[in-house]
Design a protein around this ligand. Structure first.
Ligand code: HEC
Ligand code: HEC
Ligand code: HEC
Ligand code: HEC
Length: 331
């Protein structure tokens, strides 16, 4: 009997040891006592470092020879490139988005000018979106910029996309749950609304809940709004692999003067993501085949902070992506 007990206890201890977090490193980034700490796991850092390396850069192509618009039949956005530059970009795009399928992922190989393959139509818009990010969203991406690789990483579909989620509790007797208790990766499994993106990453609007006076009702936000904002903040933190204190002074979350400068960068990122979703990604809905569309509402796949950041504070640790591809820098 005693022996059985010993074994049980030993087994229990072993089990618990398996649940232990890997070692964490804590760095103080603000005043003491207000939780201004950056907590990182060295083990996870090594994984992230390996997963976030920039791809090889193709050798530059000369600005010589005829223009693509003179040679090809159906070039709407890349007509100003010289043919060698055009070919270089096609090769780069293939390596970034469809290394296994090759040119055929977007082209009917018997007629490269044809738009019959939907991925080509999507890509044309993607090229414009990338140009928009690199030229109009500099307040966020600086001169670092992005290429297709920043999001795609050699895959047809980026690893991090989102669709609108239906609240399946809407007609339940116990009442509407507003997406709570549906642990979602988006909110890092917190019991917060499972879809923080719909609305908040599509339309302009201020994510503000703190009242600026001592009286109730000085803003029109309620607890439900607060939870949606917190859910999105969990996504911000998770996507960048940082804690709340990276962008906020925890003694006054709403106060901008006391916030670290990254919060302003994040604010510009928020406006950029909304434009990408509203002006580029959502309007592609009719172009996609059904199996690419959202399971609940048939909406187009959309992007969020994680689509580019993928776990680190600067995508690919700040590798300058746009500099080697002038044709993606601006329209
Ligand atoms: C991920 C999608 C994608 C892949 C992969 C791709 N292309 Fe393209 N390609 C496009 C798009 C989009 C256009 C139209 C550009 C425009 O409208 O300015 C285009 C246009 C072309 C054209 C011009 C055809 C014409 O007459 O209008 C040629 C030639 C071409 N691609 C060659 C290639 C080759 C060769 C490869 C493989 C090395 C390749 N492409 C891989 C998306 C792709
Ligand atoms: C900001 C992130 C981002 C960038 C940059 C980006 N894409 Fe995309 N791309 C997406 C998202 C999100 C989707 C939708 C995913 C889906 O199709 O399910 C997508 C879808 C696609 C698809 C459709 C894939 C399929 O199989 O349905 C193609 C092709 C594509 N992108 C090509 C490109 C090319 C080429 C570039 C660079 C010129 C590029 N993308 C740049 C985010 C991005
Ligand atoms: C990458 C930067 C970033 C991270 C990380 C971040 N936030 Fe935020 N947060 C922002 C920005 C930017 C806003 C303001 C958005 C706006 O004004 O539209 C904001 C707004 C807020 C607000 C609303 C403030 C007000 O004025 O009412 C709260 C509360 C908040 N964040 C809490 C958090 C919490 C809790 C975390 C950690 C889970 C967190 N944030 C992580 C950038 C960040
Ligand atoms: C289109 C890709 C893309 C998307 C989407 C994106 N970012 Fe970024 N972000 C970048 C790039 C590129 C940089 C690096 C800019 C630089 O080097 O100056 C960056 C930098 C940042 C920084 C500064 C980090 C530092 O340590 O200096 C913050 C904070 C940030 N992003 C937050 C966000 C938030 C929050 C979102 C979602 C609302 C978001 N980003 C969405 C591309 C993106």
């Amino acid at each position: 009997m005693n022996r059985l007990l010993t074994y049980t206890v030993l087994l229990g201890m072993l089990g618990l040891a398996g649940c232990e977090l890997p070692p964490q490193e804590v760095k103080q980034v603000g005043y003491r006592g207000v939780g201004m700490e950056d907590i990182q796991s060295p083990e996870r850092q090594a994984e992230l470092m390996a997963a976030n390396q920039p791809p090889e850069v193709l050798p530059p192509a000369p600005a010589a020879g005829p223009l693509a618009s003179e040679v090809y039949q159906n070039v709407e956005v890349l007509g100003d490139l010289h043919v060698p530059q055009f070919t270089r970009l096609m090769n780069a795009i293939t390596a970034w988005v469809s290394p296994e399928e090759g040119c055929a992922y977007c082209h009917n190989l018997n007629n490269l000018a044809s738009d019959e393959v939907y991925t080509k139509v999507v890509s044309r818009r993607m090229i414009q979106m990338t140009q928009y990010i690199n030229s109009e969203a500099k307040a966020h991406v600086g001169d670092t910029g992005v290429t297709c690789y920043t999001c795609h990483r050699g895959k047809n579909v980026p690893d991090y996309i989102w669709f609108a989620l239906e609240d399946k509790t809407a007609d339940k007797v116990i009442g509407k749950m507003y997406g709570q208790n549906m642990p979602a990766e988006a909110t890092r499994l917190a019991s917060l609304p499972a879809d923080p993106f719909t609305g908040q990453l599509e339309e302009p609007g201020l994510l503000r809940v703190a009242s600026d006076s001592a009286f109730p009702g000085s803003n029109d936000k309620d607890v439900k709004d607060l939870e949606k904002i917190y859910a999105l903040m969990m996504h911000f933190s998770g996507s960048l692999g940082v804690n709340c204190g990276y962008c906020h002074n925890t003694r006054a979350f709403s106060n901008w003067e006391q916030s670290p400068p990254y919060r302003a960068t994040a604010w510009h990122g928020l406006q950029m993501v909304r434009t990408l979703n509203a002006d580029y990604l959502t309007p592609l809905q009719p172009v996609y085949p059904d199996y690419r569309l959202g399971p609940d509402f048939g909406d187009a796949p959309k992007g969020n902070c994680e689509t580019c950041h993928q776990g680190v504070n600067k995508p690919l640790y700040g590798a300058a992506m746009a500099q080697d591809y002038p044709s993606l820098q601006s329209p």
